[in-house]
Write a new protein. Sequence first.
Length: 210
Amino acid sequence: MTYVQNLWLYFVLLFGIIIVPGMDMFFVIANALTGGRMAGLAAVLGINLGGIYHTIFGAFFAGLITTLAPQLITAILLTSAGYMAWVGYTLIRSSITVDSIGAAPRRSIVSAFRQGFVTCILNPKAYMFVLAVYPTFIQPRFGQVWTQALVMGLLTVVTQFTIYGGLGIAAAKTRALLTGNPGVTIVIGRICGVIFFVVAGFTVWHALTG
Protein backbone atom coordinates (compact mmCIF):
# COMPACT_ATOMS: atom_id res chain seq x y z
CA MET A 1 0.00 0.00 0.00
CA THR A 2 1.32 3.42 -0.98
CA TYR A 3 1.40 6.45 1.29
CA VAL A 4 -1.45 8.10 -0.62
CA GLN A 5 -3.62 4.98 -0.29
CA ASN A 6 -2.78 4.81 3.42
CA LEU A 7 -3.79 8.45 3.83
CA TRP A 8 -7.07 7.91 1.98
CA LEU A 9 -7.91 5.02 4.27
CA TYR A 10 -7.23 7.21 7.29
CA PHE A 11 -9.48 9.92 5.85
CA VAL A 12 -12.33 7.44 5.32
CA LEU A 13 -12.07 6.28 8.94
CA LEU A 14 -11.77 9.86 10.20
CA PHE A 15 -14.80 10.98 8.21
CA GLY A 16 -16.77 8.05 9.57
CA ILE A 17 -16.03 8.84 13.22
CA ILE A 18 -16.71 12.59 12.82
CA ILE A 19 -20.00 12.20 10.94
CA VAL A 20 -21.50 9.93 13.62
CA PRO A 21 -23.71 12.10 15.89
CA GLY A 22 -21.95 12.56 19.20
CA MET A 23 -20.90 14.95 21.94
CA ASP A 24 -18.88 17.35 19.75
CA MET A 25 -21.62 17.58 17.13
CA PHE A 26 -24.33 18.27 19.70
CA PHE A 27 -22.15 20.87 21.44
CA VAL A 28 -21.69 22.82 18.19
CA ILE A 29 -25.38 22.70 17.29
CA ALA A 30 -26.49 23.72 20.79
CA ASN A 31 -24.14 26.71 20.80
CA ALA A 32 -25.23 27.78 17.32
CA LEU A 33 -28.89 27.56 18.30
CA THR A 34 -28.47 29.66 21.43
CA GLY A 35 -25.64 32.02 20.46
CA GLY A 36 -25.88 32.23 16.68
CA ARG A 37 -23.50 31.20 13.93
CA MET A 38 -20.47 32.91 15.47
CA ALA A 39 -20.89 30.97 18.73
CA GLY A 40 -21.27 27.75 16.76
CA LEU A 41 -18.12 28.45 14.73
CA ALA A 42 -16.23 29.42 17.90
CA ALA A 43 -17.17 26.04 19.37
CA VAL A 44 -15.90 24.37 16.17
CA LEU A 45 -12.57 26.20 16.42
CA GLY A 46 -12.23 25.07 20.04
CA ILE A 47 -12.82 21.49 18.95
CA ASN A 48 -10.26 22.01 16.16
CA LEU A 49 -7.67 23.04 18.75
CA GLY A 50 -8.53 19.91 20.70
CA GLY A 51 -8.00 17.89 17.52
CA ILE A 52 -4.52 19.39 17.17
CA TYR A 53 -3.78 18.40 20.76
CA HIS A 54 -4.87 14.81 20.09
CA THR A 55 -2.75 14.74 16.93
CA ILE A 56 0.35 15.72 18.91
CA PHE A 57 -0.49 13.13 21.56
CA GLY A 58 -0.99 10.40 18.93
CA ALA A 59 2.21 11.30 17.08
CA PHE A 60 4.20 11.20 20.30
CA PHE A 61 2.76 7.79 21.17
CA ALA A 62 3.41 6.35 17.69
CA GLY A 63 6.94 7.76 17.64
CA LEU A 64 7.68 6.42 21.11
CA ILE A 65 6.56 2.92 20.17
CA THR A 66 8.50 2.97 16.89
CA THR A 67 11.69 4.15 18.59
CA LEU A 68 11.69 2.38 21.95
CA ALA A 69 9.64 -0.75 21.47
CA PRO A 70 9.31 -1.70 17.78
CA GLN A 71 8.84 -5.34 18.80
CA LEU A 72 5.50 -4.37 20.32
CA ILE A 73 4.09 -2.91 17.10
CA THR A 74 2.44 -6.16 15.97
CA ALA A 75 0.74 -6.63 19.34
CA ILE A 76 -0.38 -2.99 19.39
CA LEU A 77 -1.78 -3.26 15.86
CA LEU A 78 -3.73 -6.41 16.73
CA THR A 79 -5.06 -4.73 19.87
CA SER A 80 -6.00 -1.69 17.79
CA ALA A 81 -7.81 -3.90 15.31
CA GLY A 82 -9.75 -5.49 18.14
CA TYR A 83 -10.75 -2.09 19.46
CA MET A 84 -11.87 -0.83 16.05
CA ALA A 85 -13.83 -4.04 15.44
CA TRP A 86 -15.55 -3.58 18.82
CA VAL A 87 -16.44 0.04 17.94
CA GLY A 88 -17.79 -1.16 14.60
CA TYR A 89 -19.85 -3.87 16.30
CA THR A 90 -21.37 -1.44 18.79
CA LEU A 91 -22.23 1.04 16.02
CA ILE A 92 -23.91 -1.64 13.94
CA ARG A 93 -25.84 -3.13 16.86
CA SER A 94 -26.88 0.15 18.46
CA SER A 95 -29.65 2.41 17.27
CA ILE A 96 -28.25 5.94 17.44
CA THR A 97 -31.20 8.24 17.87
CA VAL A 98 -31.43 11.80 19.10
CA ASP A 99 -34.55 12.61 21.10
CA SER A 100 -33.48 16.18 21.75
CA ILE A 101 -30.46 18.40 21.68
CA GLY A 102 -30.43 20.41 24.87
CA ALA A 103 -29.90 24.11 24.62
CA ALA A 104 -26.56 25.36 25.85
CA PRO A 105 -26.60 28.34 28.20
CA ARG A 106 -26.01 31.51 26.22
CA ARG A 107 -22.31 32.29 26.43
CA SER A 108 -19.73 34.54 24.82
CA ILE A 109 -17.77 33.51 21.75
CA VAL A 110 -14.64 33.14 23.90
CA SER A 111 -16.49 30.86 26.32
CA ALA A 112 -17.84 28.73 23.47
CA PHE A 113 -14.30 28.37 22.07
CA ARG A 114 -12.80 27.54 25.46
CA GLN A 115 -15.45 24.97 26.35
CA GLY A 116 -15.20 23.39 22.89
CA PHE A 117 -11.48 22.85 23.47
CA VAL A 118 -11.91 21.52 27.01
CA THR A 119 -14.75 19.21 25.98
CA CYS A 120 -12.63 17.78 23.18
CA ILE A 121 -9.44 17.15 25.16
CA LEU A 122 -11.35 15.56 28.06
CA ASN A 123 -13.19 13.12 25.82
CA PRO A 124 -11.82 9.64 26.74
CA LYS A 125 -13.07 8.14 23.46
CA ALA A 126 -10.79 10.51 21.56
CA TYR A 127 -7.75 9.15 23.37
CA MET A 128 -8.78 5.56 22.67
CA PHE A 129 -9.31 6.41 19.00
CA VAL A 130 -5.90 8.08 18.70
CA LEU A 131 -4.07 5.26 20.51
CA ALA A 132 -5.75 2.70 18.26
CA VAL A 133 -5.47 4.51 14.93
CA TYR A 134 -2.16 6.39 14.88
CA PRO A 135 0.15 3.35 15.24
CA THR A 136 -1.76 1.81 12.31
CA PHE A 137 -1.35 4.70 9.90
CA ILE A 138 1.97 6.27 10.93
CA GLN A 139 4.63 3.97 9.52
CA PRO A 140 8.42 4.52 9.36
CA ARG A 141 8.55 3.55 5.67
CA PHE A 142 6.48 6.63 4.84
CA GLY A 143 8.95 9.10 6.36
CA GLN A 144 9.27 11.12 9.54
CA VAL A 145 6.65 10.53 12.20
CA TRP A 146 5.99 14.23 12.75
CA THR A 147 5.63 14.94 9.02
CA GLN A 148 3.00 12.22 8.72
CA ALA A 149 1.30 13.45 11.89
CA LEU A 150 1.19 16.99 10.48
CA VAL A 151 -0.63 15.80 7.37
CA MET A 152 -3.05 13.70 9.43
CA GLY A 153 -3.61 16.61 11.80
CA LEU A 154 -4.42 18.95 8.91
CA LEU A 155 -6.87 16.39 7.54
CA THR A 156 -8.47 16.13 10.97
CA VAL A 157 -8.85 19.89 11.41
CA VAL A 158 -10.20 20.48 7.88
CA THR A 159 -12.67 17.59 8.15
CA GLN A 160 -13.88 18.68 11.58
CA PHE A 161 -14.30 22.28 10.48
CA THR A 162 -16.09 21.33 7.26
CA ILE A 163 -18.58 18.97 8.94
CA TYR A 164 -19.12 20.71 12.27
CA GLY A 165 -18.92 24.19 10.75
CA GLY A 166 -21.54 23.30 8.18
CA LEU A 167 -23.79 21.88 10.90
CA GLY A 168 -23.28 24.99 13.04
CA ILE A 169 -24.23 27.32 10.19
CA ALA A 170 -27.34 25.28 9.44
CA ALA A 171 -28.04 24.48 13.09
CA ALA A 172 -31.83 24.71 13.05
CA LYS A 173 -32.21 22.46 10.03
CA THR A 174 -29.61 20.04 11.37
CA ARG A 175 -31.39 19.76 14.69
CA ALA A 176 -34.68 19.04 12.92
CA LEU A 177 -32.99 16.37 10.80
CA LEU A 178 -31.41 14.61 13.78
CA THR A 179 -34.44 14.75 16.05
CA GLY A 180 -37.14 14.20 13.45
CA ASN A 181 -35.53 11.43 11.40
CA PRO A 182 -34.09 8.80 13.74
CA GLY A 183 -33.66 6.45 10.80
CA VAL A 184 -31.04 8.78 9.34
CA THR A 185 -28.78 8.62 12.38
CA ILE A 186 -29.23 4.85 12.65
CA VAL A 187 -28.11 4.39 9.03
CA ILE A 188 -25.14 6.73 9.56
CA GLY A 189 -24.05 4.76 12.62
CA ARG A 190 -24.30 1.40 10.88
CA ILE A 191 -22.43 2.54 7.77
CA CYS A 192 -19.65 3.85 9.98
CA GLY A 193 -19.66 0.56 11.88
CA VAL A 194 -18.94 -1.28 8.63
CA ILE A 195 -16.11 1.18 7.90
CA PHE A 196 -14.55 0.36 11.27
CA PHE A 197 -14.74 -3.35 10.51
CA VAL A 198 -13.02 -2.84 7.15
CA VAL A 199 -10.19 -0.83 8.70
CA ALA A 200 -9.85 -3.39 11.50
CA GLY A 201 -9.38 -6.08 8.84
CA PHE A 202 -6.75 -3.96 7.11
CA THR A 203 -4.96 -3.46 10.42
CA VAL A 204 -4.82 -7.21 11.07
CA TRP A 205 -3.48 -7.76 7.56
CA HIS A 206 -0.82 -5.10 8.08
CA ALA A 207 0.17 -6.53 11.47
CA LEU A 208 0.61 -10.06 10.10
CA THR A 209 2.30 -9.18 6.79
CA GLY A 210 4.14 -5.93 7.55
